[in-house]
Design a protein around this ligand. Sequence first.
Ligand SMILES: NC(=O)c1ccc[n+]([C@@H]2O[C@H](COP(=O)([O-])OP(=O)(O)OC[C@H]3O[C@@H](n4cnc5c(N)ncnc54)[C@H](OP(=O)(O)O)[C@@H]3O)[C@@H](O)[C@H]2O)c1
Length: 341
Amino acid sequence: MNERRAREIILSARPKGRPKPSDFRLQETAIPTPSAGQILLRVEYLSLDPYMRGRMDDRKSYAQPVPLNGVMEGESVAEVIASRHPAYSEGDIVLARTGWRTHAVSDRSDLRKLDPAVAPVTTGLGVLGMPGFTAYAGLRVIGKPKPGETVVVAAASGPVGSLVGQLAKIDGAKAVGIAGGPEKCAYVKDELGFDAAINHRDSDFAAKLAAACPNGIDVYFENVGGAIWQAVLPLLNKFARVPVCGLIAQYNGVGKGDGIDRLPFTMREILSKSLTIRGFINYEFAAEHYAAFLREVGAGIADGCIRYREDIVDGLENAPEAFMGMLEGRNFGKLIVRVAG
Ligand SMILES: NC(=O)c1ccc[n+]([C@@H]2O[C@H](COP(=O)([O-])OP(=O)(O)OC[C@H]3O[C@@H](n4cnc5c(N)ncnc54)[C@H](OP(=O)(O)O)[C@@H]3O)[C@@H](O)[C@H]2O)c1
């Protein structure tokens, strides 16, 4: 690697359906020079997250798309390697929205500093960062599980789903995870302590899910959509709550489907069971709940009662492949790219 040049990953084409390697381009550029009031950051770890698929499309959403030939967006753990800003010193480790690149300048004064003595800095991208907070806010503010209730979550081995189930257990509920494959299911049940884990790739998945939820489902934390939602909907109890967090099964498009219009059944279930179905974006809850999240989940990480798993890939050049794999379930844990060795 040429240390004297910066590298970045560019969105070179808007994907049609699944992203492919030619939708990305690696390019070299000069390392930027910080002006007065700025810091120069060297990215150590880059977070890869499902929402980035949405930013690749030129479509109205809750956030602006990445411009064509722009640098892919993303959050990272970065080291301050030069500072002309009074709030930061060389050597500080911060969370910053640098994008998929090795170096970036920032003039922000609100970057969160990470202390490696408190927790491994990578947790700032996962269990103690945006995905962890998403789990916390969606479950506690919308899901509100009560002792003895049943909480179901899919993508259960990932950073959002794994914390949803562990918090549900802390709240006295039964946690049922849905994950892709026996290895992920074993991790969810045996290491994270969920009561049950069901493989959504099994041909009798819907029957197994029903058997794991004999008292129905009181909270379904929606991460996926598609076939999993179809299996969950008939199992929802009266007054069930559904925080709609993500629909990853649809991010590459929905295809033609089987031609059945499920909306009438869905609406009848919503009405007859008095369901609460509420979409949310994590930052909507940050002002009110972020400090409590950091306190509670930080303490859980420190004393080992909350567990997490990271899937770390080496090299910025491997980010596109890792990202494409995540959209097909090939990651196992919070997906992170180690950018600087
Ligand atoms: N609303 C918000 O503010 C917010 C914030 C963060 C994340 N999210 C959403 O939360 C969800 C989970 O995010 P995460 O960061 O924790 O991701 P993650 O679990 O690390 O990765 C995505 C996982 O989704 C599953 N998946 C992918 N394609 C699928 C498909 N077609 N059908 C079923 N499962 C599929 C795979 O797990 P399996 O192999 O186990 O199926 C994959 O490993 C995503 O939908 C994301 O967009 C929302």
